[in-house]
Structures are given as C-alpha cells and as structure tokens.
Design a protein. Structure first.
Length: 365
C-alpha cells in the first residue's frame, strides 16, 4: 500500500518510556520504578483538581462547551488579554500543529534552533515544509537571523526556555530579534516552562499580553502539562492577536479538548500554592544535580526548566547508561535520538532524586 510520501522522511517522536513497559520488561515492581523522563510534575496533580474532577464525573456524557468559556475567562484574567485572544488545544502540541497547518504548505520554510522541541519539526514535515536549523544546538539569535535573511521563514519557533536543553534567552534579546522580523512571519513563542524560568530569573519573563501587543505576528504557547501537573489531561493554550486566533480556529476541530480536561485546567489555575510549591522544590532539588555534576566533572547546561541535561563528551555513553538505569527501574531520557551523547533528567521529588543520584553515583565510576 502506498502512503503519503512526506511520511517517508518523518522523524518519529520518542516519548518517555512508560512505567508499565519497564515493569513488564525487567520484572520490576511498578512501585519501585522512578520515571523522570517526560518532565511531568513529580508531585502529581493538585488535590483540589482531583477533588473537583471526582465531583464532575457526571459531566462526562456531555460534549464540552466548544466556546470553552470558563477556561478562556480564567486565562484572560490571568494573562490580561481578551477571550478572543485565546485558543485552547489538546496539549500545546495541538496548537503547534494547528499553527503549522494554518500557515504552511509544501512551499513554506520553518526556522528553528538545531536542538529544540521535536514536535516543531514533526508538524512541519507533515505538511511538507522545508526545515532550517541553526548550527548551534542552543538558541542563537544571530544565527537565526542570518538564516532568516537568507531563506526567509513562514514560521519561526522560539522555545523559551528550550526543551530538551534547558537554556533560555533573555526577554530583551528576544524583543530585539522580533523587531527585525517581518509581520508576515508567524513567530511561535513556546513558553510552556515560563513559570519555571521567570521564577529563577525575571529577565526571562515573557509577558504574553505585552508580547502580542508589541508583536501581533507572535503567538505565545502555554501548557497545563508541566507546572500544573496535568500531562495526562492533554490541555494547553495559545495567546495571540485575534486575527491569528480566528484563522487558527478554522483549523481546530470542534470538541478538540475533553470536558474533564477543561474542568481540570480551570481548577488548576485556582491552586497557585501547588504551582509555587512545585517550582520552589524544583530549583532546590536542581542544586543537588548541579553539585553532583561538578563533583563528577560532568558538563551540564544551566537550566530554567524542570529538567537538567548531563553531557558526557567521551566519558560515558548515554545509551548504555540509560539501559543500565532502566534495569534498576530508573527511566531518564537518553538524548542520542537528538544526536547528543547526553541524558535529560526531570527533577523529581527529594526522595526520587536521592535514589537517582545514588544509582548514578555507582554507575558513573
Ligand atoms: C511538553 C512540551 C510541550 C507540549 O506540552 P503539551 O503536553 O502538549 O501541552 C510543548 N513545548 C515544549 C517545549 C514542551 O516541553
């Protein structure tokens, strides 16, 4: 059978390995497995959200409110924008896909950093767009601009902070860059880790309302999957000029987000304490991974997210190490699929991190 030719060269998204799979494969009790591979919230979901979902179960039979009034209302207050500036998706992944479908075809060009969120490239390849990447792995605005001048771009993806590397550009540098970009280019500012970055350093803070007012060709992306602990609910959002949102809504399928996901996200926004606790713990625990790296002479990238990268150079092999860790019930993210000899570790709870560092200490001898 013949399929769409575009799929022949399409990279496949490598998801963090599920706990059940490792339990089956290595015969390990599920309870003893630590998964720090998908940047999920180590504290799980806010209890307030869980209680709300339990009492909302009887709403399941209904199709969701396709205007998504309640959640848009809450988001519009949080971000100081109008409801007409907001689109909601089944994860911000879906918004990325909608942006690409709305803006690109086979003749389009999409520009991004060399090592950045895999869904940008996957979405662009699906529509046959040409992908251009910088030489540097991390975001380099000079290189991005040189490539922009040379090739143009229908979409530029900026991941602030960047997954899987963890680095983050300063807001001022981003704004200086955006000033030089034509209003015909859609710039996707992926801010799904902004809660973390802006806590660590105010210079990283991108204010969505300010961004879209100054640069009406930008869309800001946020997610409930990381700091808000709702990865399994699949819900995220985009904030942009209403002309952009109106067009994106033509591509969005009706009822693209489930009734319970909308309820969960709306409730999650009310529990700021949970998010603050998550972020404070994250950066306290991150210090332990930094100290460990220094002690072991392992290179790492200063991270503005809920994960940290260890780069091994020619000291260790990330693939072999990851396999050894799996056998011990620890799931981390090997970055060899990004052509990097490195691992990405999602920052866990204090207890999880103790265990991971203990095992790493033994394996990295
Ligand atoms: C996790 C992630 C997303 C997608 O999150 P959703 O779960 O789809 O909301 C988007 N961008 C980056 C950089 C991510 O790390």
């Amino acid at each position: 059978m013949k399929f769409n030719k575009l799929l022949d060269t399409m990279p496949i998204y490598e998801a963090g390995k599920p706990i059940d799979l490792i339990a089956r494969k290595y015969g390990i009790n599920k309870k003893n497995i630590i998964k720090l591979a998908s940047n999920e919230n180590p504290f799980g979901t806010s209890l307030k959200v869980i209680t709300k979902i339990k009492s909302s179960m009887n709403e399941m039979f209904r199709y969701p409110d396709d205007s998504m009034y309640e959640l848009k209302n809450s988001l519009s207050k949080k971000f100081n924008v109008n409801k007409s500036n907001i689109i909601i998706g089944a994860g911000s992944d879906q918004i990325i896909e909608i942006c690409v479908q709305a803006k690109c075809d086979k003749k389009s060009t999409v520009l991004m950093a060399n090592t950045t969120f895999a869904m940008y490239e996957i979405s662009a390849k699906k529509v046959g767009a040409k992908i251009i990447k910088t030489k540097d792995d991390e975001h380099n605005l000079e290189q991005l601009f040189d490539l922009y001048e040379k090739h143009g771009a229908d979409i530029i993806f900026l991941c602030l902070p960047n997954n899987p590397l963890g680095e983050c550009l300063d807001k001022n540098d981003v704004y200086a860059f955006l000033k030089k970009i034509s209003k015909k280019t859609l710039v996707v500012v992926d801010g799904v880790y902004q809660e973390y970055a802006s806590f660590k350093d105010k210079n990283k803070l991108i204010n969505a309302s300010d961004l879209i007012t100054k640069f009406p060709n930008c869309i800001y992306l946020g997610s409930f999957s990381k700091a808000y602990g709702l990865g399994g609910m699949r819900i995220g959002y985009g904030i942009a000029d209403k002309n952009i949102i109106n067009t994106l809504n033509k591509v969005r399928n009706p009822f693209n987000v489930s009734t319970l996901a909308l309820i969960a996200a709306n409730e999650a926004l009310k529990d700021e304490d949970f998010v603050n606790k998550t972020i404070k713990s994250n950066f306290n625990e991150m210090l332990r991974y930094e100290e460990f790296a220094k002690k072991k002479d392992i290179e790492y990238i200063d991270s503005y997210t809920n994960f940290i990268i260890y780069k091994f150079g020619n000291k260790f092999d990330s693939k072999i190490l990851s396999e050894k860790l799996l056998k011990k019930g620890i799931i981390l993210r090997d970055l060899s699929s990004y052509k990097m000899n490195a691992i990405r570790i999602t920052i866990g709870t204090n207890k999880q991190n103790t265990k991971v560092l203990e095992v790493l200490n033994k394996l990295l001898k």
